[in-house]
Design a protein around this ligand. Structure first.
Ligand SMILES: Nc1ncnc2c1ncn2[C@@H]1O[C@H](COP(=O)(O)OP(=O)(O)OP(=O)(O)O)[C@@H](O)[C@H]1O
Ligand SMILES: [Mg+2]
Length: 498
């Protein structure tokens, strides 16, 4: 015998007829009936395959009785007092979903169906599993709920991206924090985008990592985002989008010294006008911006009435402060990438910016800067972008961040460029092209029915059902997919993250 199965824990029953290599019906011993529960790990010893132990998870423990059958009416329904204990011949069966086999050369797929009568042992002491299922490099964020097994997760699979899903309060953000602590030890860098500033910036500041936190109000915005922002805040209709876009790009290129006048922006041969003048030579100033905009509009053949409308709307809806705060944004996305590479992780606190499109733009620009880093060096970047509250950034709607996150999800793996997304819901919150690229998924009790099917659409979840999810407590997450050496769902209790 390769391993004595009872080192793992007590014997709980035998395999019944009808077992296949992936699924075995079992009968529970009388003395084990009350200790066996769904999601416990078991090993099956089949003496015809003495060189291995099959390893699986208990699903659907159910109670039976030969007389009190469904669909059969008995007198005891109306007279339960007459039903003495000796009369009830109750017993329990369950299913074991077989995930693989423990052999002398490690954990393997299981190709043999266990014979009827094979003995089933509960894994009560998960430590023993560590001897047979080990990884060269591993990260640990929690242990199996029943056996205490510290499930090793494979950090190499991070490059296939990670999703964390669960209803509010189940502990997604805490789980992500546990992941952050582990991942930075594995030679990867991380940029964490904190939607509210409460989940990451605050606790990491409290732990003395204040110099890893960057406020989003310091991050430079690209001219096309500034243009979209101006259009949105000034409540101008899309009819004016081209004018605003052209003027904003022109203004930005003038303050960066790439062009010297509006005419030059438009490629005119003659240079009638001088520089924008005023104070706006190298910064954003409302009055100067208006001048550039008006000249750009007339250059583009706008009518007087249109120019008047734009002037009135911008004057009314955009304050001087709006333009001034643009001047405080000096950190470029390229600098963020460099900081992350140097400090291992940084947290971008997105709470100072209230406009969602600014937050989205910062994520999009950072994601693009990552690609620039890769293509200028032609080497793996080994960088992860973490986006919590991902419904704001990766949904089905039109958002620039979703486009960029999708690109990483599709093409990042070769360059060690990955994303970790956390959200309450799966379907609408995360666009299809992103969620179908999530190689590993942690999930707890889910907000909406149907989300489990959604995950099951691209990961093998076996017979796990929503009933099981509904019984989970906070901090309890299933992990399935590539990082999990067993691939299929294992129920973890996430470690304490204070
Ligand atoms: N691993 C953990 N260690 C300690 N406490 C935890 C852990 N997980 C969850 N909690 C407790 O549960 C609360 C909610 O956790 P968390 O904020 O991570 O949930 P969430 O799923 O991110 O919720 P939301 O969707 O509202 O953001 C925490 O404030 C904490 O009290
Ligand atoms: Mg959260």
């Amino acid at each position: 015998m390769l391993i004595t199965p009872n080192v793992f824990g007590r014997e709980i029953g035998i395999v019944l007829s009808g077992a296949s290599a992936g699924l075995a019906p079992i009968a529970l011993r009388n003395d084990a009936e009350n200790i066996v529960a769904d999601e416990q790990i078991v090993v099956i010893y089949d003496k015809k395959y003495s060189d291995k132990l099959m390893l699986g998870v208990v699903r659907w423990v159910h109670r039976l009785e030969p007389f009190l059958r469904r669909g059969v009416r008995t007198v005891y329904t109306d007279h339960p007092d007459a039903l003495e204990d000796e009369l009830v011949l109750g017993y329990s069966n369950a299913w074991v979903e077989i995930y693989g086999a423990i052999t002398s050369s490690g954990f393997r797929e299981n190709i043999n169906a266990p014979h009827p009568g094979s003995r089933v042992f509960l894994v009560e002491n998960g430590e023993f599993l560590s001897k047979y299922i080990a990884l060269e490099k591993q990260i640990v964020v929690g242990e199996h709920k029943y056996s205490g097994w510290k499930l090793p997760l494979n950090p190499d699979a991070l490059r296939y991206h990670v999703g964390v899903f669960g209803a509010t309060g189940m502990g997604k953000s805490r789980l992500v924090r546990a992941l952050i602590e582990e991942i930075v030890e594995q030679g990867y860098s991380l940029i964490v985008f904190d939607h509210t500033g409460v989940d990451y910036a605050q606790p990491f500041r409290a732990k003395g990592y204040g110099d890893h936190v960057v406020e989003s109000s310091k991050i430079k915005l690209s001219p096309d985002i500034i243009a979209r922002l101006i259009l949105e805040l000034s409540r101008l209709s899309d009819h004016y989008a081209d004018y605003i876009m052209a003027a904003t790009i022109c203004y930005a290129s003038i303050i960066e010294g790439k062009h010297s006048s509006v005419e030059e922006c438009f490629g005119a041969k003659y240079r009638v006008q001088k520089k924008i003048g005023g104070q706006g030579k190298d910064k954003w100033v409302k009055e100067d911006y208006m001048n550039v905009l008006i000249r750009a509009m007339s250059y583009m053949g706008a009518r007087e009435t249109g120019v008047g409308r734009v002037r009135a709307f911008i004057n009314f809806f955009l304050s001087d402060e709006f333009f001034e705060q643009l001047n405080k944004r000096t950190t470029t996305p390229q600098q963020l990438i460099d900081m992350a590479k140097k400090k291992k992780f940084i947290i971008v606190d997105l709470s100072p910016d209230t406009e969602l499109i600014v937050k989205q733009a910062i994520i999009a620009d950072t994601a693009r800067a990552g690609w620039e880093w890769i293509f200028s060096r032609h080497e793996p970047i080994n960088l992860g972008l973490i986006v919590d509250e991902a419904q704001n950034y990766a949904g089905e709607g039109r958002s620039i961040s979703a486009v960029e996150l999708e690109r990483i999800a599709r093409e990042g793996r070769k360059w060690g460029y990955f994303i970790i997304l956390a959200s309450q819901r799966v379907a609408r919150d995360i666009r299809t092209s992103i969620r179908s690229n999530l190689g590993t998924v942690f999930f707890s009790k889910l907000q909406s029915t149907g989300d489990l099917n959604e995950i099951a659409g691209y990961l093998d979840l076996g017979r796990l059902n929503e009933g099981t999810l509904a019984m989970l407590a906070p901090r309890e997450f299933f992990v399935a997919g590539l990082m999990n050496p067993l691939r299929r769902p294992i129920l973890l209790r996430v470690r304490e993250v204070s």
